[in-house]
Design a protein around this ligand. Sequence first.
Ligand code: GLY
Length: 428
Amino acid sequence: MRILIVGGGGREHVLAWKLSKSKRVRKIYVAPGNPGIAQNASCVDILSSDIGGLLHFAEEKKIDFTVVGPELPLAMGIVDEFESAGLKIFGPNKNASRIEADKSFAREFMKKFGIPAPKFQIYETASEALRYTKRVNKFPVVVKASGLASGKGVFAVTSKREYEKTIDQILVQHKLGEAGNRIVVEEFLIGQEASVFVLTDGHSITYLPSAQDHKKLYDRNRGPNTGGMGAYAPYPTNKRVSNIIENVIIQPTILSMQDQGLDYKGVLYAGLILTSTGPKVLEFNCRFGDPEAQVILPLVDGDLLGAMVAVAERKLSSVSIKIKNQWSLCVVLASAGYPTDYRIGEEIEFKQKLSARTLLFHAGTKMEDSKLVTASGRVMNVVTVHDNLKVAKQRAYEEVKKIHFKGMYYRKDIGNTGMKKMKRKRRK
Ligand code: GLY
């Protein structure tokens, strides 16, 4: 098969690495890719938002199967365009992608079908939104732009003053553009966060390992939100919680989407918070998480490509997928100043050769004058797999020390929550 992967970050690198292992694959193209991806595939200089360019390329190269990494092309309707042209593609269509791309739609959907979620209000104007301070006036509260805002549209607001400022920036100054034409104001919930991933063809559901992302910039979950500073998988949940996730969240969501005429196929990513009153949905995403994909896909033992094709062909019930009984852990190496004003163009050096068992997935890197340099906020992902989470963590941090670029920043506590949970489980 000739495969096209759309995107150019760590998620797309692990997808290219994983799919390149399939015997059915003859050639992989990644658009736009990155220098790390170029080791597993041919990179093509087409942006993931250039749907026309991607379609033209796929037709010209006789691509058999396209896998879409990021949410933007899905929300723009790449699946609709490719399928209309008779091309096979992995991901939900434009209408179904609204579960991520339109957060007010997603909240109304969850409410209508009784999917556990925080209480919320939707506002379109600043004067409406300011009524919240008169009617509810409870802080902290979460303010979300309803549209896609490249991970910059969620604010945990701790006071009335901060709330008014946030409303002004989104609904008056339009700092998030169209993404902020409508906002969702949500109850602030407390608990551990977990990312749950399923493949679905709209009817059958196949569970992939769940993961825990580390969204805050600093250790012990402090500081500003980021795209994710590291992850480990699987996230250890008990039977009772897993049952609720399957029977009260995932299955009803997929069934209700069908009920609403939403043709959801692809991967569904449920961002959950495990509260004292049970798991609740913080958000649904219509794609793999990043950096979660970097820890989930190395744990897939079976034929991932076969399962993805089966999703696109609506035959998921005919395949099964094996998952390794191991742990994987990813440390994200970021540029100084990330997630706001970060420096790029710093040379990336390897002080020592990485161990052959370590996986290195590039995110924001590029070649400049034959040198590998930083090109974005999140630069690289160091991933290790082991039977023991503690060993996976030790090995990952040993490997991180072999890499250097000026201002390189990373969290030192990836996986600690998982280790604590496992310790408690053993004591019981
Ligand atoms: N890791 C968070 C996300 O992919 O949205």
